[in-house]
Design a protein around this ligand. Sequence first.
Ligand code: FAD
Length: 304
Amino acid sequence: LVIQALKSAARNERMKHSVQQSTELYPLLLKAAKRYVTGEKRQDAIPIAREFIAKDYQISIEFIGENTTDLLECQRAKDEFLQLIEDMGTLAMKQTVSFDLSHIGLSVNAELAYKHLVELAQKANQYEITLMISMEESSKTSDILDIYKKIASQYSNVGITLQVHLYRTEEDIQQLIQYPGKIRLVKGAFQEPIDVALKRSAELNERYLHYAEQLINANHPISIATHDEALIQEMEQRQYFNQPNVEIEMLYGIRPDLIHQLKAKGYRCKVYLPYGSEWYLYLCHRLAEYPENLFLAVADIINP
Ligand code: FAD
């Protein structure tokens, strides 16, 4: 029930509007969000990114947003990403920029998303920056993969996220392994019908290991994006993290202790740093996937 309520709250426009308008609630929730979000602007994300880089982490920056149906908003989002790439490039940050295709045009049409993606890929290429496309609801998977295949055959600096929980991933991975782009393996954040996706389970973890092993055996660039400690321990025992082309990636503020330990062992570790005024959506997602975080949020709000 709590999970459902948080997921609905994330997408409820009236609720979002009320939060944004409330001079009392807004700063309190923003305080809780700051555990997971670097701030509202890219100028908030970049100094935090530089701190991580100074400690020898890699980073991935996302300007938060999804399902943008207004053409002008899509252009604005694309321009923000171009500026982010420019700022990172000027600072010689040869790192990663992450985004949802539905933030830059897919919710208008696939052509617009592709056109904007080409602009981003050209600019990123100029600065040796990698782009990582996120994976969204299963209703969009085919469109996202079609766009990825088109761009990946021209730009090797563009990668794709694959959700292990989708049954279709077994076939998708066979095709995607043919492209040079990095594959970020995630369990999957969206609630999907049971004939489309597996729930969190031992079987899901087995599949995770299976796909990771396939990619590692093919020496394909892979990002192991999970906070699941038991799964990580299993992969460590199997020596996955000592292989070339393998990195471990976690979301900012989630299991910072674990990524710190892995970094101390000398593994390649990356932190995913989101920013943007849509932090409310992002906060709701993080609370929904792990409701124990509600206690942390309350503590963050209460603590001076
Ligand atoms: P789970 O089985 O969900 O959790 C295992 C354990 O991890 C939990 O018991 C807990 O200890 C810890 N944990 C998990 N989540 C939290 C949390 N919020 N707070 C505190 N502890 C937690 N999903 C997509 O669908 N599309 C994407 O493009 C996408 N990109 C991602 C990029 C990165 C870098 C990462 C790390 C995740 C991304 N995800 C994406 C989210 C992913 O699909 C999962 O929903 C999320 O990572 C939680 O699953 P898990 O693998 O950590 O394991």
